[in-house]
Design a protein around this ligand. Structure first.
Ligand SMILES: [Zn+2]
Length: 339
């Protein structure tokens, strides 16, 4: 083979051959909290056993994303564990289990309920002890508000949203002594203006859409796989922990905040020797949906019926040419009324 062809092929192959990072999203680790946001203790233990059996490295989230942001890929099969909100079961139940196994993890805390001493949340004392033992305590706003859904009808939304995030960051610094520059959007809701501000401030931000992280990710809209409720079983997680990012430039995806009830997701895939695009499938809110191909690598997905106001999700996956693993991408829409 000509040297130049070989070089071209290796360049094409690089973004998908490097080990991706897949991030698990949890809320409660408990048997008596709401099913949809809970992972039972036995499912959680089974998941951790499975990750270990499959040879995954559980990595510190902020260090792994920093490595990707510097253009360096990970060498190991890696997963990161994240817990949103700071619910009591994370401190009471998940922490002892993870400490025993010496695994790092991140808790994205909502600070107001902790300040108010609500019993369903961890205390600052618990979180400080965890931080002293290597757990990352990070920002999930003051009050778990919908940060952007008034962006079209409230001229003060931006000051409110950014002030909220800054105040929560300061509360964590006050209590823990340090707050990493990572952030998780409540409900996974964001728009481009908020992303730009977070980027300028030096944050890396996480949504709740599913998918895998690689060098071409959008650092202000990183995906995570929900590992709770119906998604807590090993069977459900098997294809997610082995997933790779669908090769595309994630930063150019549409602003998820829209007044259009039939918003179009347009994707331009990057050439790949591994992902098999002819077998790409997309799902809207879990239902298979029509894919409109413009070229071999360009496609769009538009809902055939108007979406209700609120959150909706488009997931697209393509198999590996050898059948597995899967390449993923996901876009969350947040449809809001016209002002
Ligand atoms: Zn949350």
């Amino acid at each position: 083979m000509l040297k130049s062809n070989w070089l071209l092929l290796s360049l094409l192959a690089t973004p998908v051959m490097a080990a991706p990072l897949n991030v698990m999203l949890y809320h409660h680790i408990a048997d008596d909290t709401p099913h949809v946001t809970s992972t039972t203790v036995s499912d959680f233990v089974a998941q951790l056993d499975h990750f270990e059996e499959q040879g995954y490295e559980i990595v510190k989230l902020e260090e792994a994303v920093q490595q990707f942001r510097q253009g360096k890929t990970l060498d190991e099969k890696s997963l990161a564990l994240t817990f949103d909100d700071g619910f009591a079961s994370v401190c009471d139940t998940a922490y002892p289990e993870l400490k025993k196994r010496n695994l790092p993890f991140t808790v994205f805390v909502t600070t107001d309920p902790i300040d108010k001493g609500y019993s369903s949340y961890c205390t600052w004392e618990q979180l400080k002890e965890m931080a002293d033992n290597g757990v990352t305590i990070a920002n999930h706003t003051l009050d778990h508000t919908h940060l952007v859904n008034n962006a079209f009808n409230d001229e003060n939304w931006f000051e409110a949203a950014t002030g909220n995030i800054e105040s929560a960051q300061n509360r964590i610094i006050d209590e823990i002594g340090y707050a990493p520059m990572i952030f998780a959007y409540p409900y996974g809701e964001y728009n481009n203006d908020l992303k730009t501000w977070l980027d300028e401030r030096g944050y890396t931000s996480f949504g709740q859409q599913s998918g895998s992280i690689g060098v071409s990710s959008d650092w202000q809209a990183l995906p995570r796989f929900n590992a709770a409720g119906n998604y807590a079983s090993i069977e459900s997680l098997r294809h997610k922990i082995t997933a790779s990012p669908l090769p595309l430039n994630y930063a150019v995806l549409a602003d998820p905040l829209t007044t259009d009830s039939q918003p179009t997701l347009t994707v331009e895939l990057l050439p790949s020797r591994e992902a098999y695009y002819p077998h790409l499938q997309c799902f809207l809110n879990g239902q298979p949906t029509v894919i409109d191909w413009h070229s071999e690598t360009g496609f769009s997905v538009t809902p055939s019926n108007g979406l209700s106001n609120g959150r909706h999700r488009v997931n697209c996956t393509a198999p590996h040419r050898d059948g597995s693993p899967f390449f993923w991408m996901s876009q969350q829409w947040l449809v809001v009324p016209n002002k």
